[in-house]
Design a protein around this ligand. Sequence first.
Ligand code: PHE
Length: 340
Amino acid sequence: MKTDLLAAIAAAATLEALDGIRVQALGKQGSITALLKTLGGMSPDERLVQGPRIQGVREAVTTAIAARKAALDRADLDARLARETLDMTLPADAAPQGSVHPVSQVLDEMAEIFADLGFAVATGPEIEDQWHNFTALNMPESHPARAMHDTFYLRAGEGEEAKVLRTHTSPVQIRTMMGQEPPIRIIAPGRVYRSDWDATHTPMFHQIEGLVIDKGITLGHLKWTLETFLKAFFERDDIVLRLRPSYFPFTEPSAEVDVGWTMEKGRRVLGGSEGWMELLGSGMVHPKVIAACGLDPNEWQGFAFGVGVDRLAMLKYGMDDLRPFFEGDARWLKHYGFSA
Ligand code: PHE
């Protein structure tokens, strides 16, 4: 019996099979249990001989089961380790790649074109004080243009003047003229804020301000600069500009700049002059603004312009709604070819 049991234990291929053998041998109805029970009916002499023999079988079987169980446990673990192993040499899943946002792309392109024309990049804060955003730009407190801008005001402390989210990039004109000596040639790209919301207006949008301060600057310089920029930006030589008299408190004279368009394959494209589209505001920097910055308007003149970057992006890429620019929907970027 002992030999048979030990052979069966050694041959048990699974933990379940091994446990079956254990029950058969050592369980309540088990063969060894039954043998142990026969000891009660034996004479003391017989018991003295059979007792140790049966106990010996029990011990041998118990030990063999424990050893086999350990071996099967180890094999089980080895199998699991082999099964669940990671192949560290497999290539990793490619992470989705980001792309440059159309606005960033347009800003970069604009900065590059203006850099070629000798313009440096200037910046200013988005949380601006009213003096820089309005007053120094010839918009005193009572000026109706302040209301026109749909300004976001920040809550002010006791006795403090409320700051504003800058409504345009023009305050960077002031900061630049106060911070550096002319001649000045800068562009100032950045976010601006107005309380406005429809297909072509979002409460946050982007402008680029241009400012040139030097001696003997005229509107002719302004027109040439804008024309040169737009030809490069839209990659067309037939860009035509039209300066239309307008009004801004911080320029005199002021001009709205229109760009000509033509129909091409049923689509309106920039170039030629079948019709006109309003593009940006500009003018000669008002002498009062130059003086507010501590410069002598008799010595220094210049021009300034402010253009909506998002609008330029819409024109360049044929987009008709501004709102998706700021909704972060990857499908929209993909539709216009902006995803990697
Ligand atoms: N700041 C003006 C606007 O936001 C644009 C502008 C800039 C006009 C510079 C003239 C000169 O509407």
